[in-house]
Design a protein around this ligand. Structure first.
Ligand SMILES: [Zn+2]
Length: 422
């Protein structure tokens, strides 16, 4: 009975809130989620659940039940660097300012509730804990690649390359939303992106006495940033193009003409067809602006994430469960978002959804992000996730329809080729 799931979650309310607090105060960056993994394992042990598979350095999964259908659930483990967040790690500045810790708690509560009834329900449920969603801390990750610990820079990219999701028929994911205008978002489209590191090269010389012998790399970068701003008028509104960056290295000393400036940016859009064209425009602007000042630049591209397109039939199941806790007016449908996530890569291979939930306050990725309403975040969402899985296991014909409605957009070979493209 679905009501029994709700009752189980209600009865474990305090334990769920406590786990939420512990994880929110233990933020770790991607592929460093070791303590987070221990906390989850301690919880699993308490509820007679076991890790059944470990993968991709810090990732692991828990499976209950057996046979068909097989429903996957995803929870992201990592935090994001957030200077000034009260719960930030003093060394790495990691904080759960993207709310991933709440995903862990919600899905664990849902899985534990489902485990009480799994012998009556036919089928399998796997909760996949996925490392390193935020595309950050890249030097550390590149080192892990060199050491052979991972192959790619994000958790789900590695998991796809290792075929971790192959057995799942469909996958449920959810993510905190900072938008106060509604309580839930369903069927949003997320952006895809390419990460760029541009190193502008010039020539050092005394900044005051001999500037005529120098080539100013900071001027190359400044010209480039202006060129990007001028290109913005060529962007089509519906594509939701975003180019945003930071200067990682702005010069060596103020006394010298800067001979090296490093600019790091994302090129994002919801339109996968124009992503590479936009990226080529940005590369061209960087090269031409560097040359205009007499210098040069090195452009290093890393494929980021693919746009997320969700499965309609699976969203119908989620929506029905959301309506047990919300009015239709509180649900935003079909939003186009400039946000991106590596769930976008999964939608190439599997029917997946990611719905948005509220109950948090402050700015997502900002130092004031915090859990405002634990009831809405943890209890309501655990019931929605558990209820949706219950419906899918009770109605295997719906899972069959979900599978029938889906066609993979790439082969795994094409995907690996894309990940390894420069
Ligand atoms: Zn996130």
């Amino acid at each position: 009975m679905k009501q029994d799931l709700y009752t189980f979650i209600d009865e474990h309310r305090q334990e769920i809130f406590d786990l939420g607090d512990i994880l929110f105060h233990n933020p770790e960056l991607g592929f460093r989620e070791f303590r987070t993994g221990e906390i989850i394992r301690e919880y699993l042990q308490k509820h007679d659940l076991k890790v059944d598979r470990e993968y991709c350095y810090t990732g692991f999964s828990v499976t209950i039940g057996s046979g068909s259908p097989h429903i996957g659930i995803i929870a992201e483990l990592d935090a994001i660097p957030t200077q000034g967040h009260p719960c930030a790690d003093p060394v790495t500045t990691a904080a759960h300012a993207c709310g991933h810790s709440t995903q862990v708690v919600i899905t664990l509560a849902a899985l534990t509730a489902l485990s009480q009834q799994i012998s009556d329900l036919k089928g399998t449920v796997t909760l996949y804990f996925t490392p390193a969603e935020e595309f950050t801390d890249l030097e550390y990750r590149k080192k892990l690649v060199q050491e052979g610990k991972i192959r790619y820079l994000s958790g789900k990219q590695n998991m796809l390359a290792q075929h971790i999701f192959d057995d799942a028929d469909c996958i449920i994911h959810l993510h905190a939303s900072g938008d106060k205008r509604y309580h839930f978002s369903v069927d949003s489209v997320l952006s895809g992106f390419i990460h760029k590191k541009i190193t502008f090269l010039g020539k050092a010389s005394h900044a005051a006495v001999l500037p005529q012998y120098g080539i100013n790399a900071l001027h190359e970068a400044t010209l480039f940033i202006n060129a990007i701003n001028m290109l913005r008028e060529t962007f089509v509104d519906e594509d939701m193009t975003r180019i945003h960056g930071i200067i990682d290295d702005g010069g060596n000393t103020v006394n010298s003409i800067p001979d090296k400036v490093v600019y790091e940016c994302y090129v994002r859009t919801v339109n996968a067809d124009v992503l590479h064209e936009l990226n080529a425009k940005v590369t061209n602007a960087a090269k031409c602006c560097a040359k205009a000042i007499g210098g040069d630049c090195i452009v290093e591209d890393t494929p980021g994430y693919l746009p997320l397109h969700q499965n309609d039939k699976l969203n119908e199941v989620i929506y029905e469960n959301i309506l047990n806790f919300a009015d239709p007016k509180e649900v935003k449908w079909h939003e186009y978002s400039a946000a991106a996530g590596d769930v976008g890569d999964i939608c190439v291979f599997k029917p997946i959804i990611q719905y948005g939930y509220s109950g948090i306050s402050g700015r997502i990725h900002g130092p004031d992000m915090h859990i405002e309403d634990p009831e809405e975040v943890y209890i309501t969402q655990a019931k929605i996730v558990a209820g949706s899985v219950f419906d899918l296991l009770s109605n295997p014909e719906i899972v069959q329809q979900i599978k029938d409605s889906f066609t993979p957009a790439m082969t795994y070979e094409e995907y690996i080729e894309y990940l390894e493209s420069k």
